[in-house]
Design a protein around this ligand. Structure first.
Ligand code: SAM
Ligand code: SF4
Length: 471
């Protein structure tokens, strides 16, 4: 077997030669074979590497349409029409790494470096709460200042910052890989998901793109979430930064990473992210990525990931432009950010130079409210639900997927209750109407019975001012 070597004693579980071999031997796939693979996924089974390679090799439009249809059906059958909302909050942009594509890289002298003080952090959180957010992902450069103690303090500050009815109920983290002891400290303060993107699973390209600092070790990063799981963090999020290497290889890398978790820990990643490189200030590689992924390829990536690992959450970020977001949402995305601002300190100030503190530029700059209004009108059900995490039910996406009736019993009612909170506390009249219409439709469509009765009672509680009501 072929293993990629690194200076560490651990071996890579990304079998590069095998990936190339599979992608070669599944070229020009037979339509019936593709249909069989889609059916396997629709019967709620994770696909094998050979099957995913086969889907990746589909090029003709008609068969591709079958894949899109399969992904839409899977999303609808398993997860329904809910979309969970979150916002990124950038804590600091100091960085000792020199990732060639990132605006925060150490050699970028054009970017203003700053880190939120705890006072500024509170202001940022209040500004996000005032918009109606309940779920955040905190983002950090890699720097000795952003050690585990600092991360825990920022998480604690976020949880204790409340504003009228506003509160943050789930904090996820996107930060550098940690040691097991440091993950333990971070787990203590009650985080949701810990995300680390491998960026590229191709070893040589990884080395080229990450020339300096701790991130230059492919293996340290590859095993980053193994250490998190060993420290007791069950919800981990993987991802690849599309544009660095061949997209087919990266999808296979994400699949092998998933299989590695399944084999080693008995469960897969909580979420998969698939950002494309966006232009960053004074960062030529971000303007012209080595393996640019076009719109059709991006759609294909999302649909195939949905079919390949039907039990994970798929995260689509505001890096993508509106038109693409709208189309890709149907293919199986479960979480999106909206109203995002990725300049450090940019939510609470009218900072005209915020882009000089941000990592890249966003494709979708609409407010949270306009996205919610639009999606509600299109039949989606917005959700700010954090119930599973609060009830100690980790791996919520897996439960939605694997426990019959889970979505009906928990997710849909909780989406209704949290979007009602949003409608009453934060939405302008128009959006309130759109949400209320959606809620009425959802409730009418529910079968009469105890669940419906209980939901109607809880809706009344929210309408009379009670907050944080959930199943
Ligand atoms: N510093 C930590 C790290 O690198 O893991 C965490 C924060 S980093 C800002 C979060 C992610 O941003 C990276 O994992 C990378 O995938 C993504 N990113 C970096 N540069 C980007 C760009 N130009 N466009 C889109 N995403 C980018
Ligand atoms: Fe630093 Fe992360 Fe940007 Fe790399 S991607 S330069 S580690 S902030």
């Amino acid at each position: 077997m072929f293993y990629v070597k690194d200076h560490s004693s651990q071996k890579s579980f990304i079998k590069e030669e095998k990936i190339f071999e599979l992608l070669e031997e599944t070229k020009a796939p037979d339509k019936t074979k593709v249909e069989e693979i889609i059916q396997k996924s629709l019967s709620k089974q994770r696909l094998d590497p050979q099957e995913v390679a086969t889907l990746l090799n589909v090029e003709d439009e008609e068969t591709m349409e079958k894949i899109f249809e399969g992904a839409r059906t899977l999303k609808q059958n398993i997860y329904g029409n809910r979309i969970v909302f979150f916002a990124p909050l950038y804590i600091g942009n100091k960085c000792i790494n020199n990732c060639t594509y990132c605006g925060f890289r150490s050699s970028n002298t054009e970017i203003y470096r700053n880190t939120l003080t705890f006072e500024q952090l509170e202001k940022e959180v209040k500004a996000l709460e005032d918009k109606g957010h309940k779920r955040l992902i905190l983002v950090y450069g890699e720097h000795p200042d952003y050690n585990a103690d600092f991360i825990t303090k920022t998480v604690e500050t976020v949880y204790k910052t409340k504003n009228k009815n506003g509160e943050i109920r789930r904090v996820n983290i996107n930060a550098a890989p940690q040691t097991i002891d440091d993950y333990k400290k971070i787990k203590e303060v009650g985080i949701g998901t810990f995300q680390i993107f491998q960026e590229t699973y191709n070893y040589d390209m990884y080395k080229k793109m990450h020339p300096k600092g701790p991130k230059s070790s492919y293996i340290w990063r590859l095993y980053g979430l193994d250490r998190a799981i060993k420290a007791g963090i069950d919800d981990v999020g993987i991802g690849a930064l599309f544009g660095l290497y061949d997209y087919k290889f990266e999808v296979m890398g994400l699949l092998y990473h998933t299989i590695h978790f399944e084999e080693r820990f008995g469960f897969g990643p909580h979420t998969i992210s698939f950002p494309r490189i966006e232009p960053a200030l004074n960062t030529p590689i971000s303007e012209q990525p080595p393996y640019l992924v076009n719109y059709n390829e991006f759609k294909k990536i999302v649909a195939i990931l949905r079919l390949a690992v039907p039990y994970t959450g798929l995260i689509l970020t505001a890096r993508e432009p509106v038109a693409i977001r709208n189309e890709v949402l149907q293919l199986g995305v479960s979480q999106i950010d909206a109203g995002s601002n990725i300049g450090v300190g940019a939510y609470s100030t009218e900072d005209k130079e915020a882009y000089k503190k941000s990592q890249f530029t966003l494709g979708d700059q609409r407010s949270l409210d306009s996205v919610i209004n639009e999606l509600s009108k299109e039949g989606y059900l917005p959700s700010f639900c954090t119930a599973c995490y609060r009830m100690g039910r980790t791996g919520e996406h897996f439960m939605e997927f694997s426990i019959p009736g889970f979505v009906k019993r928990f997710c849909t009612p909780n989406a209704i209750l949290t979007s009602l909170e949003y409608a009453l506390d934060y939405a302008p009249e128009q959006t309130r109407h759109s949400i209320e219409n959606r809620i009425n439709e959802e409730v009418e469509n529910m079968k009469d019975g105890i669940l419906k009765q209980k939901l109607i009672e809880k809706i009344k509680l929210v309408k009379t001012g009670k907050r944080d009501v959930y199943f």
